[in-house]
Design a binder for this molecule. Structure first.
Ligand SMILES: NC(=O)c1ccc[n+]([C@@H]2O[C@H](COP(=O)([O-])OP(=O)(O)OC[C@H]3O[C@@H](n4cnc5c(N)ncnc54)[C@H](O)[C@@H]3O)[C@@H](O)[C@H]2O)c1
Length: 333
């Protein structure tokens, strides 16, 4: 019997690598694409040698190469399209390249998958598509052509989501703030949780951009992976791929100041935060109304914030230990 073939772009990234783990565990064949712009080979260490994993190091704007690998691995059942410029700040400095990678490449890949007869197309949308919204929970219909996104990142994600929604083929998962193991704390553009955890573990004060009154809806990466599988029709009781745009969050609001306090507790740090000026493109509040996805699939995020933070800190401690051991082995050699 032929296995379910899935394409995962951004497979060396934080979310993409967890998704590959889950798909391979389900018995799928995974064709992975990444150019290591922000992802890392080490994220794929657990599955790089899996017989059902096929990796291509290429850019998603490379139309010819993508067409060739789609043909080589036909028929693909699902395309999970996660590769993107992920940094809001980088997108402010490079708006044209952001549009090229996050919109034009998505448009072409979506058309190619549809033409090839894929059953599902799952796009990594974003809460940034909504722009500044106020503190109330935001529903999917709030993003319209008139919405002013705070960054080229948000705009390009919105254009892709709208294209997918209007095409009647595929789904955009508008994820809110994802965190967990493998989120790169070393990147200057990294998510706030991985930065806070790394600073607290290093015995430094956490850095808050702005006054810390900004709020976010944080969701653990394993919950997001489950939402991706449900959206693709690979999990859940109905196993029917979704169409349209859906928020993915916990539906709970946490301020950056509250987050700093919880991270300090989990990491065992007693230092007060340090404040820096706000960053351009950062929005003030972001909270998901999660009712649409729950109604369609029954999905509710299961990992509580403290539990997710404990797993993240534990992973970072393990990474630090492994790095120290490798350094001392090198020094002795
Ligand atoms: N992390 C979050 O909080 C969050 C929230 C909402 C949406 N998203 C979206 O989820 C997706 C995954 O994000 P992530 O947090 O795992 O980020 P990530 O940076 O870890 O993963 C993105 C991956 O895409 C790859 N990539 C970037 N440009 C590429 C290109 N031109 N060609 C091929 N590969 C390319 C990167 O090398 C990286 O491995 C992104 O589309 C992001 O916009 C993330």
């Amino acid at each position: 019997m032929q296995t379910t073939r899935c394409l995962v772009t951004g497979c060396a990234g934080f979310v993409g690598s967890h998704l590959c783990d889950a798909l391979l565990a389900l018995g799928c064949t995974v064709v992975g694409v990444d150019n290591f712009f922000s992802g890392h080979r080490r994220n794929m260490a657990a599955f790089a040698d899996h017989p059902e994993f096929h990796f291509y190091e290429t850019c998603v704007t490379n139309t010819g190469e993508l067409a060739a690998l789609l043909a080589r691995h036909a028929p693909l059942r699902v395309c999970f399209h996660l590769a993107a410029v992920v940094s809001v700040s980088w997108s402010m400095e490079h708006p044209e390249r952001t549009l090229e990678v996050n919109y034009q490449a998505s448009q072409r890949l979506h058309a190619a998958c549809r033409e090839q007869g894929a059953r599902a197309f799952v796009f990594a949308g974003s809460a940034a598509e909504y722009g500044e919204t106020g503190a109330a929970a935001i529903r999917e219909e709030a993003a319209t052509p008139d919405t002013v996104q705070a960054s080229p990142y948000g705009r390009a994600k919105y254009l892709s989501s709208r294209l997918i929604e209007h095409s009647g083929f595929g789904v955009s998962l508008r994820c809110f703030n994802i965190y967990g193991p493998r989120q790169d704390p070393g990147s200057p553009y990294s998510g706030v949780i991985s930065r806070f955890c790394q600073q607290a573990l290093a015995g430094e004060p956490v850095t808050i951009f702005g006054d810390g009154g900004q709020t976010r809806d944080f969701i653990y990466v394993a919950d997001v992976v489950q939402a991706y599988l449900l959206a693709a029709g690979l999990a859940g009781p109905h196993k029917i791929p979704l169409c349209g745009a859906f928020n993915v969050g916990r539906g709970e609001s946490t301020s950056i100041l509250e987050l700093a306090a919880v991270v300090a507790g989990v990491a065992g740090s007693a230092l007060a935060p340090r404040f820096s000026p706000s960053r351009p493109g950062d929005i003030r509040h972001s909270l998901a109304d999660v009712g649409k996805l729950e109604a369609a699939t029954g999905f509710l995020a299961g990992v509580a914030m403290r539990e997710g933070l404990e797993k993240t800190v534990e992973w970072m401690r393990r990474e630090d230990r492994d790095r120290d051991e490798a350094d001392s082995l090198r020094a002795r050699a």
